[in-house]
Write a protein that binds this ligand. Structure first.
Ligand SMILES: Nc1ncnc2c1ncn2[C@@H]1O[C@H](COP(=O)(O)OP(=O)(O)O)[C@@H](O)[C@H]1O
Ligand SMILES: [Mg+2]
Length: 258
């Protein structure tokens, strides 16, 4: 069977389970992303009635593809980590230093599944603390389902493309999120930038797969890097505070001496 026929069959089977596939053009994208493992995960999530519509692609990143979807009329983001991901080695390092996942080793597949679970767990901790992040809904294998941040199937813009009236205020808001994330959720985002913040009326933090607990040996260095990124971006638009003072205020003096 050719790939296209296979994905026709996939569409029919998924539709037989009551899921609507909105965008026939995405067959090509899907056939690149939806390998055997991914199809099984998708069937499981559909079977659990967590997906009722699969829509078009929102983003194709280095490690993951994000699709629009719906559950009972409510928008969801379907984030699919590719098993053949480019960044397998980096994932292993982030997992090893994090006590929650330090026992994970082995196959590429196993690492990617652990990574997906880690993003779900990180989003849950952040969400429970009241930080604006997409509400995590479920995960299975390499697929994460979360609240869709957007309107009418269009995702809110990344901060770098957003229209912001008061940069100074948004800068302070983001620093407040980073502090809450550290002090209450006990996490460091570790990939914070104008790409991983969506903006609509307020900033939202996204993309938390790489976020680590504070016991990670590089947590302090990641925090400083996050702050440097935010300062680099905002310094074009408003005054920024000294990065080491910010880190000191968030983490206490132990992280400032580097
Ligand atoms: N919950 C969401 N709601 C709306 N759009 C999202 C959501 N999650 C991700 N996206 C979109 O997909 C893009 C990539 O998602 P991200 O989690 O940053 O993955 P990557 O690892 O590929 O960078 C985001 O910049 C955003 O445009
Ligand atoms: Mg990202």
């Amino acid at each position: 069977m050719g790939r296209d026929e296979e994905y026709d069959r996939f569409d029919r089977e998924i539709e037989a389970m009551g899921v609507r596939i909105k965008d026939a053009d995405t067959v090509k994208v899907r056939s690149d992303v939806f390998d055997e493992v991914t199809l099984i995960a998708l069937y499981k999530l559909v079977h659990r009635k967590l997906i009722s519509v699969i829509g078009g692609p929102i983003s194709t990143g280095k490690e993951a593809n994000v699709f629009y979807g719906e559950r009972d009329g409510r928008g969801i983001a379907i984030k699919i980590y590719r098993i053949q991901t480019a960044n397998f080695k980096a994932m292993t390092d982030y997992l090893a230093g994090d006590r929650r996942f330090s026992s994970v080793r082995g196959s590429r597949k196993g690492i990617v599944f652990a990574w997906t679970k880690k993003e779900f767990s990180n989003l849950s901790r952040a969400y429970d603390t009241g930080i604006p992040v997409p509400e995590p809904l479920a995960f299975d294998r390499n697929i994460l389902l979360m609240e869709f941040l957007g309107e009418e199937e269009r995702a809110y813009p990344q901060l770098r493309n957003a229209e912001v009236a008061d940069y100074g205020a948004v800068y302070q808001q983001i620093l407040g999120y980073v502090r809450l994330l550290y002090q209450e959720a006990r996490l460091v985002h570790a990939d914070l930038s104008e790409y991983n913040i969506l903006y609509h009326e307020k900033p939202y933090l996204i993309d938390m797969g790489q976020a680590v607990t504070l016991d990670h040996p590089r947590a302090g260095a990641f925090l400083l890097r996050d702050i440097k990124n935010i300062n680099r971006y905002f310094s074009r638009y408003c005054d920024v505070q000294d990065e080491r003072e910010i880190v000191g205020a968030i983490a206490g003096s132990k992280e400032t001496g580097r």
